[in-house]
Design a protein around this ligand. Structure first.
Ligand SMILES: [Zn+2]
Length: 169
């Protein structure tokens, strides 16, 4: 039977995003959920901490009905995510990503008061959702050289690409 789980790829992504995943001990709530007639698995909870500050950032919970329930502590928000990778990106504190300068498809933006419009979806080096805080490709390079604040995953992608370029700063 299909079950959500933390794959090796998810663990690697967490490490690259500066997240530490700590599996939480089984609780009475887990046992009660697991005994429910609709339960398909034993629930699992993981605390997500910042590697840098050790601060708890959020929680992943694989529920007894095999949903991924995610909490982001600083925002006080919880929700269902489709994949562990999406959940990890969401929990990671706002990062300044480097845009690749390329676009793929479109995304729908919902304005206040409900009106919507479509715009091209910008791609970032690390694959995270683009935000207004992102660096353009040129500014990302200068951030790299000048030690600017940049998402660690975008940084390592850019650095890896730089090593294969002769003219790289
Ligand atoms: Zn990034």
């Amino acid at each position: 039977m299909w079950q959500l789980l933390l794959s090796d790829a998810d663990r690697a992504l967490a490490a690259e995003l500066g997240l530490l995943l700590v599996q939480q001990p089984v609780t009475d709530t887990d046992r009660i959920e697991a005994a429910h007639p609709q339960a398909v698995r034993f629930p699992e909870s993981w605390l997500v901490r910042s590697v840098l500050t050790r601060w708890p950032l959020g929680r992943l919970r694989f529920t007894a009905v095999d949903c991924l329930y995610v909490s982001k502590f600083d925002a006080g928000l919880s929700g269902i995510e489709e994949s562990v990778a999406e959940a990890l990106y969401w929990i990671t504190p706002l990062q300044r990503h480097a845009r690749t300068g390329e676009y793929s498809g479109t995304e729908v933006i919902v304005r206040r008061f409900g009106s919507m419009f479509e715009r091209p979806r910008a791609l970032t080096e690390c694959g995270a959702k683009a935000s207004a805080a992102d660096y353009s490709p040129i500014r990302a390079r200068s951030a790299l050289v000048n030690g600017g604040e940049i998402c660690p995953l975008c940084r390592s992608k850019l650095e890896a690409r730089c090593r294969s370029w002769k003219e790289c700063p």
